[in-house]
Write a new protein. Structure first.
Length: 404
């Protein structure tokens, strides 16, 4: 695998850091801008909803732009949006900055994943996707906690300045380190054609549920762990590091797991583990025994990060394999479903927090993860779909068990 794929991972690290760091500074943002935590949490929803709805059309609009130029432009736009967020005088300007940041992220993430696939052989595809997505895991492990600590020490605005600097470094690294990549095809007709296949639709449903379950909790991690364990910003940053470490470890080993175990079995296991972990987190939050929660939540968040990340990489591998001739398009749909889940998760978690209590937040996430089990089906398309370019690598076409 070409080491230049790590430059794409730097970009996903930058985008991920911006997306995750707001959870760590959310109480400070809400206080400074004279808003509630639940309303401040909708800044995550705004970002994710714009990404989900605008991502595929934007990728189609810029389909004739060279991938390298698109990635550099997206990184620079992302830097400008975060600089605006750092200077936001009120919640409305911050919301506008999040809209522009979502546009930059949408124009970077899916093209970066498609570029990683273009730079790798079919045998290297799972590892290339894992490395590119691994930037997000490092964002969880290092980027978001560092940004949270910066925000705690110098104010939440400094956290967005930190992301601005990362974005500029990303633009320079891609400009001078990434080779030119041929322009792929991306069209509205192509995306609609993909959505006609049941296997793709079920795959997108799994992505939606997986990220909805995770983000309904992660967005409000700060109030949940404050209630359960009495932790402040330093404790939240520590838990983010542990959560990200679990994701980083999963990113290093999941390709080997997928080579040995059927993808559907991995996804079902991931969703059941997430359900169980959130049930435990609910118990810790409701009973409010800080001395117990402080010790229990660190291994719990590590396992949660590992399970969630395993599911996310499995989903990218699943969908990229289902449409080997339309990877940019299908991965664009995957990221749209992902951020739609983030948007709904932020709104649903905020509703649970404001209408009930912090203890209701992990309940919502656990129920969503359990319901998402229904969508883990048709991981191999029907023969008719296979003739139109939708396929799954590594699974025999005549394996009836794989379609269950």
């Amino acid at each position: 695998m070409t080491p230049r794929i790590y430059l794409l991972a730097l970009g996903t690290f930058t985008v991920g850091t911006e997306g995750y760091v707001i959870a760590g500074v959310l109480p400070d943002v809400a206080h400074d801008l004279h808003s509630s935590v639940s309303v401040g949490g909708q800044m995550v929803t705004v970002f994710a909803l714009v990404y989900a709805l605008a991502g595929p059309p934007l990728i189609g609009l810029f389909q004739h732009v060279r991938p390298k130029r698109l990635l550099v432009g997206a990184a620079l736009g992302f830097a400008a949006a975060n600089l605006l967020a750092a200077a936001a005088p009120d919640i409305w300007v911050l919301a506008g900055a999040r809209v522009f940041a979502a546009v930059g992220a949408a124009l970077f993430a899916a093209p970066a994943a498609a570029a990683a696939a273009a730079l790798s052989t079919p045998e290297e595809l799972p590892r290339a996707i894992a490395v590119t997505a691994g930037g997000n895991a490092v964002a969880l492990t290092l980027g978001a906690p560092i940004g949270t600590l910066i925000g705690g020490a110098f104010g939440w605005r400094a956290a967005f300045v930190f992301v601005t600097a990362l974005s500029l470094v990303t633009a320079l690294a891609v400009e001078f380190g990434l080779p030119e990549i041929p322009v792929g095809s991306s069209s509205v007709a192509g995306r609609l054609n993909l959505l006609r296949h049941g296997a793709v639709r079920w795959g997108l449903a799994t992505t939606l549920g997986l990220f909805l379950a995770a983000y309904s909790v992660y967005t409000y991690l700060s109030p949940v762990v404050h209630r359960s364990a009495g932790l402040g910003s330093g404790g939240v940053a520590s838990l983010m590091i542990v959560f990200g470490a679990g994701g980083f470890l999963a990113g290093r080993v999941i390709h080997a797991v997928l080579a040995r175990w059927h993808l559907a079995a991995v996804l079902r296991t991931v969703l059941l583990v997430i359900t169980g972990l959130l049930a435990v987190l609910t118990l810790l939050t409701v009973t409010h025994v800080p001395d117990v929660a402080r010790y229990a939540e660190f291994p719990l968040l590590f396992a949660f990060g590992a399970a969630w990340w395993s599911g996310g990489i499995s989903q990218q591998t699943r969908l990229a394999g289902l449409a080997p001739q339309q990877r940019s398009q299908v991965l664009g749909l995957h990221f749209s479903a992902q951020f739609l889940g983030v948007a709904i998760g932020g709104a649903l978690g905020g509703l649970a927090l404001s209408a009930v209590s912090a203890g209701a937040v992990p309940v919502v996430g656990g129920l969503v993860a359990l319901a998402t089990l229904v969508s883990v089906r048709q991981t191999v398309p029907a023969p008719a779909a296979r003739t139109s370019g939708v396929d799954t690598p590594g699974v025999p076409a005549n394996d009836p068990a794989s379609a269950r």
